[in-house]
Design a protein around this ligand. Structure first.
Ligand code: GDP
Length: 299
């Protein structure tokens, strides 16, 4: 699977930027480090994280810890893994029945697709999964979820368009309890232009869930589009003011994303990165692994 991470990530701007840097500039000197910093910033690592990483390496270079560019690259790898290791915390849905996962994030981030992939993953692990169509704001979202449920024999609780999201999710948790469901995955609306409305809605969902299980939701999973660059950091910041996010999924890291945003998120929030999306099919949602991710990005 290490090779498959690399195949998916090697077209990434991060990977391409670093490869070309070390080809253009094989000599170990301060210019190389300046260019490395620029490359990291261009790949969405963020100004502060890039500067910290490079200044750490520069000190070590001046102490002559590295003999050549490959030694520097090895140290960079180590530093990048160290940055991501603390957020490598896989989601464990055992121990609660049902385990309630509330999925949040702005429209287009990949929420519905991620819910489909998660349902498939947990179903394949022989868990009983149920979906709650809590994005009642968009008719298409309810339909998308239903289609997915039918195709994979996973029940979907919905109340049609304009229903109250908290009521849908409350009903779903009751149904999940009575049917012995293992994991309930609840979709939610993702509008950010009415932040007050979204805050009220997510707040109400959390309150009604607690009426049934005061530990629910057990996970608030925020889905973020990896192609949105530093904006992803702002999105997480905004959502954290609305709801207690407990884990992240970064999607679309195949394709045109600059994988650096994962480092920026790890440094800024320290929130667990549960999964990354490396493609559109069900098996393209990977449990996040710091080493596999970094090795996929490096030349
Ligand atoms: P939602 O509005 O947040 O529910 O977003 P959707 O789940 O509808 O996803 C928006 C688009 O992103 C769809 O075309 C998905 O196929 C695509 N998408 C989601 N995750 C990934 C991923 O990991 N990689 C790629 N390449 N596309 C993805």
């Amino acid at each position: 699977t290490k090779r498959s991470w690399r195949e998916r990530l090697s077209g990434n701007a991060f990977a391409r930027g670093l490869s070309s840097l070390f080809v253009r500039h094989p000599k170990l000197d301060d210019d190389l480090l300046d260019e490395l910093e620029t490359t990291l910033i261009t790949a969405d690592v963020g100004v502060e994280a890039s500067s910290e990483l490079v200044e750490g390496l520069r000190k070590r270079m001046h102490k002559r810890e590295f003999a050549d560019a490959p030694a520097l690259l090895a140290a960079l790898r180590q530093a990048l893994v160290a940055l991501l290791k603390p957020v490598e915390q896989p989601l464990d849905v055992r121990g609660k029945q049902p385990y309630v996962v509330l999925v949040v994030g702005i429209n287009g981030a990949g929420k519905t697709t991620t819910i489909g992939k998660l349902a498939r993953r947990w179903r394949d692990e022989k868990r009983a999964v149920m979906l709650a169509a809590g994005d009642t704001f968009r008719a298409a979202a309810v339909e998308q979820l239903k289609t997915w449920g039918e195709r994979n024999q996973v029940p979907v609780i919905s109340q049609g368009q304009d229903a109250d999201a908290a009521s849908v999710i409350f009903d779903a948790l009751q149904a999940a309890r009575s049917r012995g469901t293992d994991v309930l995955i609840a979709d939610t609306a993702g509008r950010l232009h009415t932040q007050g409305g979204l805050m009220d809605e997510l707040g109400k969902i959390a309150r009604v869930l607690k009426k049934i299980d005061d530990a629910a939701p057990h996970e608030v999973l925020m889905v973020i589009d990896g192609t949105t660059g530093q904006n992803a950091v702002n999105q997480v910041r905004q959502f954290r003011q609305i709801v207690g996010v407990t884990g992240l999924v970064v999607t679309k890291l195949d394709g045109t994303a600059k994988g650096g945003v994962v480092f920026a998120l790890a440094r800024e929030f320290g929130l667990p990165i549960r999964y990354v999306g490396l493609g559109e099919t069900a098996t393209d949602l990977r449990v996040f692994e710091a080493e596999a991710f970094v090795d996929g990005l490096l030349p």
